[in-house]
Design a protein around this ligand. Structure first.
Ligand SMILES: O=P(O)(O)OC[C@H]1O[C@](O)(COP(=O)(O)O)[C@@H](O)[C@@H]1O
Ligand SMILES: [Mg+2]
Ligand SMILES: [Mg+2]
Length: 338
């Protein structure tokens, strides 16, 4: 592919090699790309267009919604509901699934998304993003149900994220490797700048919210202690630490230079009967698909995330992902019991 390839041209070229491809998928991705461009523009203008601050409402997870959570959700709905490729959508910011209204044609795909990831960073101008995943609608498009969305990560047709940082980027997989595109604000197109992204198998950088340390389970505690022990410790090398509190930005750093990101299960969540912090359908599964396609690993602790059978729409799971050898080490600690 020559430089200057737009994300749409890239997908069209990819689809050319798929027997029976109808163009539906390409057009759906195009609508998602448009939604991310609109959100990128809103994020970039921030206070200038009054999109900072709280929306004064709560989502199904009991989190206070930011104005941009709600606005980005609306942009995704409006951009994707009319073109006839979707049967229904599901989002972090909507309690129930959103079946495409009968005034439009319903299509064969399902779209799950986190319209604004890293919400706690919006008002402090730190990178945020959007995460999405595309599935086929098993029950047909006539009467989509929540059950149609409860598919293992291995069933994803495509997954991606947009990162609204110093530059806006889109990173995408359709199961054929991972490619990154940068938004050229002048022409309003995402251009291929990071072809065939791959995660180094080894790393000396980990990311975890250390303020939860006293609640961690022993395998994670052991792993972080060994990293912090550095050269003098059992790992025989020094580790660096990062925590941006935007999953999209952490995963992008890992795709770019390696690393391991952890939002593990802990005692505090267990006491609350919570399965983790991050959501399986629109955070953990799409990011796991991307990370695995880039040669990395993604686990809950002992289990591969992509093989989990979802039970609820907003189900939360522990997430440990990144450089393969590091993730395998942490999985080993969990299988040993810490
Ligand atoms: O506030 P904490 O505990 O550091 O958690 C940060 C994590 O929560 C999230 O912000 C959750 O996502 P949302 O912002 O979409 O709710 C992740 O992006 C991030 O990794
Ligand atoms: Mg999120
Ligand atoms: Mg969010």
């Amino acid at each position: 592919m020559h430089n200057g390839t737009t994300v749409t041209q890239f997908i069209i070229e990819e689809q050319r090699h798929i027997a029976g491809a109808t163009g539906d998928f390409t057009s759906l991705l195009n609508d998602i790309v448009t939604a991310c461009k609109v959100i990128s523009n809103m994020v970039n203008h921030g206070a200038l267009v009054g999109v900072l601050g709280s929306a004064g409402s709560e989502n199904v997870q009991g989190e206070t919604q930011k104005k941009l959570d709600v606005l980005a959700n609306d942009v995704f709905i409006r951009s994707n509901e009319w073109a006839g490729h979707l049967a229904a959508m599901a989002s972090e910011e909507m309690d129930e699934i959103y079946p495409i209204s009968k005034q439009y044609t319903r299509g064969k795909y399902l779209l799950t998304f986190d319209p604004l990831d890293g919400s706690s960073n919006i008002d402090v101008n730190v990178s945020v993003g959007t995460i999405f995943s595309i599935l086929r609608c098993p029950g047909g498009s006539e009467a989509p149900t929540e059950r149609d969305f409860l598919q293992a990560g291995t069933q994803q047709v495509a997954a991606g994220y947009a990162l609204y940082g110093p530059s806006s980027m889109m990173v995408l997989t359709t199961g054929n490797g991972v490619n990154g595109f940068t938004l050229d604000q002048n022409i309003g197109e995402f251009i291929l700048t990071h072809p065939k992204m791959e995660i180094p198998a080894d790393t000396q950088e980990f990311a975890i919210n250390a303020s939860n340390m006293r609640f961690w389970e022993s395998p994670v505690r052991r792993y972080v202690d060994e990293c912090l022990a550095g050269k003098e410790g059992p790992r025989g090398k020094d580790f660096n630490m990062r925590w941006i509190a935007s999953m999209v930005a952490e995963v992008h750093r890992i795709l770019t230079r390696g690393g391991v990101f952890m939002y593990p299960m802990d005692a505090k969540m267990k006491d609350k009967g919570q399965g983790g912090k991050l959501r399986l359908l629109y955070e953990a599964n799409p990011m796991s698909f991307i990370v695995e396609q880039a040669g990395g690993g993604s686990i809950t602790g002992a289990q591969r995330i992509m093989e989990l059978q979802p039970e609820q729409l907003h189900q939360r799971v522990p997430v440990i992902l990144g450089s393969r050898n590091e993730v395998e080490r942490i999985q080993g600690y969990h299988l040993e019991g810490g």
